[in-house]
Ligand binder design. Structure first.
Ligand SMILES: [Mn+2]
Length: 405
C-alpha cells in the first residue's frame, strides 16, 4: 500500500476560560485565554503548509457544551482554510463538547466529517488506498459505558484501518473514566493506528500498532506542564513514524531555584530571574511556579521577614524588565529547614487537610464564599484552585506551628 500521512490531534478545548489560576491580572488572563486559539492557528497553519492527507481530531474540540460563538467561529474558519487546501478532516466530540449540549448551529464545510452518537465507519480514498476511520461522538456528557465492543474488526487487508476513541484506559484512576477500554481490546481489532483523545498528557501506549494520546494543544493550568502539540503521522503498511509538533504558546511548569548561600534579597531575585530566563530561552513563554529549595538558616531568615505577595511582586517586576516572557503564579518555599521543627499539632493539621476532598474544602470555605463582597474576589473552587490553596496553606501552617517557638 502507498504511504499515508495524517495529523492526529485532540483536546483542543477552544474557549477554555483559564479560571483555575489565581492572582492573574485580567489582561494576563485574556492573553492566556488566547493561547488556545494561537495553538489552534499553529495547527491549521502547519496543516496548510505541509498538506497531510487528512486530519483527525479525537474529541473535546470545545471546552464547554455550549461551544461559545467565538470558539465555533474560529473552528469553522480553520476548517474552511483546510477545505481550500483540499484536506479532509474527521472529528468526534468528547465529554466536554458532547452532542446533548445547547449550542448555536454553525455549518461546517463539506471537507469535515463529524461522527454521530453511534460507532460508525467513514471510508475515503488517499492516493489509491482505501482508508477507513471508525469512531463515535459522545451523545451525552457522561459516557461511562465501554464503546470498544461496537468497533468492527478490520476486515480488509488492502485498506488502512484507524480507530478514533475519546476515552480512558480501564483502571486509570487519575481521570474520570469515560468510554473505558483495555489495550488488548484495541489490539484485537487489527487496526493500524488508534487515535485517542481525553487524557491531556501526551503518551504512546503501544507502538505496534501505535496507540496514541497526543495530549492537548495548549496547557491550561499548572498540572498540564511542558510543551504541548500534536502528531504528524506517516503509515506505510505496518510501518509507522511520527513527529511531535509543538503548538503551545505558553508552557506551564515549575522551576526550581536553589537558595544555597543566598543571604541578600537581590541575590534571590537574580537567581529567580536567571532560572526563568534559562527556561524561556529553551521553551518560550512560561507560567511558572517557583520552588525555592535548599533553604538554609540564612535564606530561611531572609524569607521569614518578607510577605509572599511582596516577594512575588518584586520577582515579577525583575522578570518584566528582563528578556523573558514569564508570569510567576506562586512561590513555594521548600521549608526543609523549618520543616524539621514542625510541632505535633502542626503535623496533625496538615495531615487532616491532605485528606480533604472538594466537598470538605467547600464546607470549610463556605463562609468566605457566601460572603456577598468577598466572594466577588475569589476564583471558583475548582480542583486546580483547591490544589493551589493546599500547596500554599501547608507551608504557612508549618511555619505558624513550629515546635519550640
Ligand atoms: Mn479533554
Amino acid at each position: 500500500m502507498a504511504p499515508i500521512r495524517f495529523i492526529h490531534t485532540a483536546d483542543l478545548h477552544l474557549g477554555s476560560p483559564f479560571t483555575g489560576i489565581s492572582g492573574l491580572a485580567s489582561a494576563q488572563r485574556k492573553k492566556l485565554a488566547d493561547t488556545v486559539y494561537q495553538a489552534f492557528d499553529t495547527l491549521i497553519d502547519y496543516s496548510v503548509r505541509e498538506e497531510p492527507d487528512f486530519l483527525l481530531i479525537a474529541g473535546d474540540i470545545y471546552d464547554g457544551e455550549d461551544r461559545t460563538l467565538r470558539a465555533q467561529y474560529r473552528f469553522q474558519k480553520g476548517m474552511e482554510r483546510l477545505k481550500e487546501a483540499g484536506i479532509p478532516v474527521i472529528i468526534c466530540h468528547g465529554n466536554h463538547d458532547h452532542l446533548d449540549g445547547g449550542w448555536t448551529r454553525f455549518e461546517l464545510p463539506g471537507n469535515v466529517h463529524v461522527f454521530d452518537g453511534g460507532v460508525t465507519s467513514h471510508s475515503f480514498t488517499v492516493s489509491g488506498n482505501k482508508v477507513t476511520v471508525t469512531g463515535f461522538s459522545y451523545d451525552k456528557r457522561h459516557v461511562k459505558e465501554a464503546k470498544i465492543h461496537e468497533f468492527p474488526q478490520a476486515d480488509e487487508s488492502s485498506a488502512y484501518h484507524i480507530g478514533m476513541l475519546h476515552g480512558s484506559m480501564d483502571g486509570d484512576s487519575s481521570h474520570a473514566v469515560y468510554a473505558p477500554f483495555k489495550k488488548e481490546q484495541l489490539l484485537s481489532k487489527n487496526y493500524q493506528y488508534w487515535a485517542l483523545g481525553h487524557i491531556h498528557l501526551r503518551q504512546i501506549l503501544h507502538t505496534d500498532p501505535y496507540i496514541v494520546y497526543p495530549g492537548n494543544i495548549q496547557g491550561r493550568h499548572r498540572k498540564e506542564t511542558g510543551p504541548k502539540g500534536f502528531y504528524d503521522v506517516r503509515l506505510e503498511n505496518a510501518e509507522t513514524s511520527m513527529e511531535f509538533i509543538r503548538t503551545s504558546a505558553v508552557c506551564f511548569d515549575s522551576l526550581e531555584v536553589s537558595c544555597k548561600g543566598i543571604i541578600h534579597m537581590n541575590e534571590l531575585i537574580d537567581a529567580c530571574t536567571e532560572a526563568v530566563e534559562k527556561y524561556t530561552a529553551e521553551n518560550d513563554a512560561v507560567m511558572a511556579v517557583l520552588h525555592l529549595k535548599d533553604v538554609d538558616e540564612h535564606s530561611a531568615e531572609l524569607l521569614e521577614g518578607v510577605p509572599a505577595e511582596a516577594l512575588l511582586e518584586a520577582i515579577q517586576e525583575a522578570i518584566e524588565s528582563s528578556a523573558a516572557e514569564a508570569w510567576i503564579t506562586s512561590i513555594i518555599m521548600e521549608d526543609a529547614y523549618s520543616e524539621t521543627r514542625v510541632s505535633a499539632i502542626g503535623e496533625k493539621i496538615s495531615a487532616t487537610m491532605a485528606e480533604w476532598d472538594q466537598t470538605d474544602w467547600k464546607r470549610v470555605l463556605k463562609d468566605l464564599y457566601q460572603h456577598p463582597k468577598a466572594s466577588r474576589y475569589l476564583d471558583s473552587l475548582t480542583e486546580e484552585f483547591i490544589e493551589e490553596l493546599a500547596a500554599e496553606a501547608v507551608p504557612k501552617i508549618h511555619k505558624a506551628m513550629r515546635a519550640g517557638d
